[in-house]
Design a protein around this ligand. Structure first.
Ligand code: FES
Length: 201
């Protein structure tokens, strides 16, 4: 009986150890970076003059240019990048940005003023509970295609300053002014509005 108990305990210990390792590995995967290894500046908010790089997909880490954006196509997900140090500011998930190009005629006046050739940028972090806004889909309450957060279905209209058109989000997504020079996009100022929302739970 004794050896059986020992074997069981050993099995339990091994299972727990493997579980702990899996959890650790998963945390590393989800952030794309290991804790404590982010270079200085990577968790600072976007700064004026920062460039933009793809945050996911085949071109992750490559510069986003105006040519990468097509009118009405799904938004590009991006990180700011310090042009002086080449540090990508991916150390904080609150820095992820959605960049989209729309027909300027569709934009409301305030949004049009901020757009460069129809290109506009917003925080990718939902103002409800801080999930990433991942979808570009037809609205539940109209014919327009909108940004949608799949956590609790909040929808935001990028043509109107990313105001909330559906769901529990309490306010619009923060906007990020852009500049365009010779086809290169850069950040022209700080976020306008609060980034993210209350933490889940
Ligand atoms: S976190 Fe986006 S709708 Fe709740």
């Amino acid at each position: 009986m004794g050896p059986e108990v020992d074997a069981g305990s050993e099995q339990t210990r091994r299972t727990m150890l493997l579980g702990a390792l899996a959890t650790t590995a998963c945390l590393g995967c989800s952030t794309g970076a290991r804790a404590g290894e982010d270079p200085p500046g990577s968790d600072e908010r976007p700064q004026k003059g920062d460039l933009l790089v793809f945050s996911d997909g085949d071109r992750e880490g490559k510069l986003v240019t105006a040519a990468d954006l097509k009118v009405g196509a799904p938004p590009v997900h991006a990180w700011p990048k310090d042009p002086n140090t080449s540090v990508v500011r991916s150390g904080s998930r609150l820095n992820e940005i959605l960049i989209i190009k729309l027909d300027p005629a569709e934009l409301d006046e305030k949004t049009r003023v901020r757009a460069v050739e129809g290109i506009i940028a917003y925080s990718a972090i939902c103002s409800h509970a801080g999930c990433p806004v991942t979808a570009w889909v037809k609205s539940d309450v109209g014919d327009k295609v909108v940004f949608k957060c799949m956590c609790h279905n909040s929808e935001f209209d990028p043509r109107a300053g990313a105001q909330v058109v559906f769901g529990p989000a309490p306010r619009r997504l923060a906007a990020l002014p852009l500049a365009l020079a010779d086809g290169s996009l850069s950040i022209a100022g700080n976020f306008i509005g609060k980034v993210g929302g209350a933490q889940p739970g």
